[in-house]
Every structure is written in structure tokens, then in C-alpha cells.
Design a protein around this ligand. Sequence first.
Ligand SMILES: Cc1cc2nc3c(=O)[nH]c(=O)nc-3n(C[C@H](O)[C@H](O)[C@H](O)COP(=O)(O)OP(=O)(O)OC[C@H]3O[C@@H](n4cnc5c(N)ncnc54)[C@H](O)[C@@H]3O)c2cc1C
Length: 462
Amino acid sequence: MDYDMLVIGSGPSGRRAAVQSAKLGKSVLVVDRGRRLGGVSVHTGTIPSKTLRETVLNLSGWRERGFYGRGYRVKQDISVGDLIERLHKTLDHEVEVLQHQFMRNTVKSARASVKFIGPNKVSLTSDNGDYSEVGFAHALIAVGTRPHRPRDVPFDKTRVFDSDEMLELGQLPRTLTVIGGGVIGVEYATIFSALDVPVTLVEPRNTILDFVDREIVDDFIHQMRDRGMTIRLGSAVKEIRSKPETAEVELADGRTIRSDVVLYAAGRTGNVGTLGLDVVGIEADSRGRIKVDPQTFQTSVPNIYAAGDVIGFPSLASTSMEQGRVAACHAFGVALPPPPETFPYGIYAVPEISTVGQSEEQVRQSGGAYEVGVARFRETSRGHIMGVDTGFLKLLFSIETRRLLGAHIVGEGATELIHIGQAVINLGGTVDFFVNNTFNYPTLAEAYKIAGLDAWNRMGRG
Ligand SMILES: Cc1cc2nc3c(=O)[nH]c(=O)nc-3n(C[C@H](O)[C@H](O)[C@H](O)COP(=O)(O)OP(=O)(O)OC[C@H]3O[C@@H](n4cnc5c(N)ncnc54)[C@H](O)[C@@H]3O)c2cc1C
């Protein structure tokens, strides 16, 4: 065997599996067909969109508008160049850190397209046609996904873009239509809206972000509409047309939306087409997703694992990393405790949403008695100092056990603050934790104390 572990794809799951395997003293090769290491996460997904968001919030002065009014701007005439400059610096840094991490851990890497030619062998074909074969004891398929591009959508990178292409915008759109009310669509829609670009969000279903607590989503939609975004729920798209002066989105209900640019962000497909999965007998579904054992991440072929977006939900960089680590540990016989039941979900829209544990709808469905505690950020002194006038934290507690069942946040800092809720849920903590502990003051985290007291006042001492 040439390598103990062959990792196909250098995104979060591949990277983490590679380093974990190396830490266990194994020989590792990571092969990626991309120009640089890092995967979707570094080059077109997580890091670019979050960098763009940060730049937009900083240059637009968004966080200060609570004090200085909606007309406030740190920089007038923000250009694509302003946005891209920081993006490139951040991405270069990410790649450098990754390369250094591989070097330190003696993880080898190669640039090529990988194809299975046997249960313990793959072929590597580089862009210039060089061909080689590599033998492995274990392999991890970490090939991720690409944007779903229906044939009848006229993607042209002039008027109609997919989410990977949005980073190649030549100039800021004067108006934008986003199709798809999933996480990616909502993030980009609100980021451009924060730049004062008029945005229309189109979603064929009657809701957006349907895995998130309804009260949080309702507040979020209210905030989006309040700042002038147009949201068309329950609107199926009939046709998208790219014209020289405008893009047109014709809806099934007869309305037509005209805008400078359309972002089509409705789903992603697994990169399995060229992997030669049939050679090893691994099947993928119609969206290119591979089925795995949810505890070990083994595919139907025991020495071949799959992790990250190619195995489907939740398709997050955060969960992908963990899946890669668990897969590597399993491959080399390292026993791990059962994974925690809950993990946080971060949606880096403007404003942020983050959620962990059960939504109120799920708690209600499970039938147990529960109590809710709510804290608005504007009730905290930190919120006053920051000029935060929106956003809230909602906690759900079981009346019987007093345990925290779910924590849900919309507003500034949500994706950081959620980890307090995550820790309390996964450590089996109760409402009394929030009531009895002192929180730093003034902080937004103090909202946990306020929400805890809010619920405790109705629940009593138990
Ligand atoms: C716009 C956007 C925003 C996002 N924001 C967030 C966020 O805020 N937080 C979060 O947690 N997640 C976010 N995600 C999701 C996150 O990016 C993915 O969950 C994560 O990148 C998946 O990692 P992965 O391990 O599956 O590999 P990926 O990052 O998908 O990388 C796969 C790699 O495999 C390579 N590859 C594919 N086929 C082959 C082959 N045959 N041979 C060799 N190499 C191959 C590709 O070149 C690619 O480099 C976002 C995604 C997008 C698109």
C-alpha cells in the first residue's frame, strides 16, 4: 500500500481527517483537483461569504446605524474592488495556514482528479494529462458539492450567477434578485441589502429556513422587510431571462421581477460524477449524495469512508470537520464516545441567526410541558452601548426536568453566543444554571441570564 489514508478533497472534512490520521502516525495523501487547497469552504463558500459579510458591515457602518441612522456610511461609493481586496488577503492566509498545517504533520498533497480503479487503488489525472496510480488501505471521499444548475437557467456571469460565481461580480449590482430562501440565498440577499442594494428574495415554498424556530424566522423576515427588502414567498419561478439591459424572472403567478443581476441559489449537487464509484460498488442518489453509517462514516465498502457535504445534511463546514475526524479515528481503531445529540447551526445573514437543540415546534410535537424565556438585546446594557435595537434570545425549558431543550438567537453576535446554549444543553444543564450564575456585565451574553430568569419566574423553584 502506498498510503494508510487517501483523502479525496481538501475541504473541511478532508483536511481534518488528514491531520487526524497523521497525528495517529499514519501516512496520508490528500488529493484535490482544485487550483489551491481548501475546498469550497475556503475558495467559494464559507470563508469568502463571511469575509464579504464582514467587509460589508465594516465599510457600510451597518453596526453603527442604530445610533447614527440608516443614512450612515463609513465609506461612500463602496466598490467590488473594496470587497475583493479583503477577500483575497483572507483566502491567501487560510491557504497558507492549511499548507503549513499539512507540512507540520507530514501530510502529502497532490493536485489531480481522482478516480477509483479498485477497492484499494485510485488513478490520479492532472490537468496536463499526467497519469499515476496510488494504492491505499483506507480512503475518505470528501469531494463536496457544486451549485445545482438547472439547464433552463441562463447562467452567464453577466446577469445570472450561481453562488460560486457571485465572487466574480464585475461591479456591484444596482438591483438584485435572489432565487432560493435557503441559507446561502438568505445570506447573500441580506449582505447585498446591507449595502443598500434593493433586493428581492424569491422562494417557491411558503417559508424560508424551515428548520429554524418559527418565532426567530418571523422576526428575521420582519427585519428584512422593515429595511426595504422584497420577499416573495410561495412564488415558483417559471422562467429566467438574461437580456442586455436587465435580467427578468417570470413567476408562475404571472408577475415579472426585473433586476440588474439574478443569483440562483437553489440547492447543491455532490461531486461524484467522475469518481468511478461504480467500480467499487458505492451508490449515490440523484443529488449525488453518498449514504454512510451515521456513527462511523463508512460507505457500503468498509475501508472507504465519506464525509462532508457529499453525505448531505447538515452540509456545514463545522460538522464536516467533525465527521472527518471521526472517520479517521474509526479507520485506525480509535474508540470515541458517542457524539453529542445537538450541534449549533449558524446562519451568517444580516442579522445573524443561530440555533441549537429543539425549536418550539419540535418541543410542542414531543408533547412534554415546557416554558419559554425570552430576552431582547435592547434590554441589555451592552445592547444600549452598541446601539443594538433589534434581536432576541429565546430559551426553551422542560418543566418536568427543568433542562434547557433549545436556544435560538436572531441578532448581533448570534453565532458566537449560541455556544453557551450548546454547552448547557449538551451538559444537561437546567434553567437554574442561568439563574444562579453570574455573567459578565455589560455583555450580550447577559441575555441568557435575563431569558433564564424570565422562564424561572413562571416555572418557580421546581
Ligand atoms: C456560499 C456558502 C456559504 C457557506 N457558509 C457556511 C458557514 O458559514 N458555515 C459553515 O459551517 N458552512 C458553510 N458553508 C458550507 C461549507 O462550505 C461546506 O459544508 C464545506 O465546505 C463542506 O466541506 P467538504 O469537506 O465536503 O469539502 P468541500 O469544501 O466541499 O471541498 C471539496 C473539495 O473536493 C475537491 N474534489 C471534488 N471532486 C474531486 C475529485 N474527483 N478529485 C479530487 N478532488 C476533488 C474539490 O476540488 C474541493 O476542493 C457554506 C457553503 C457555501 C456554498
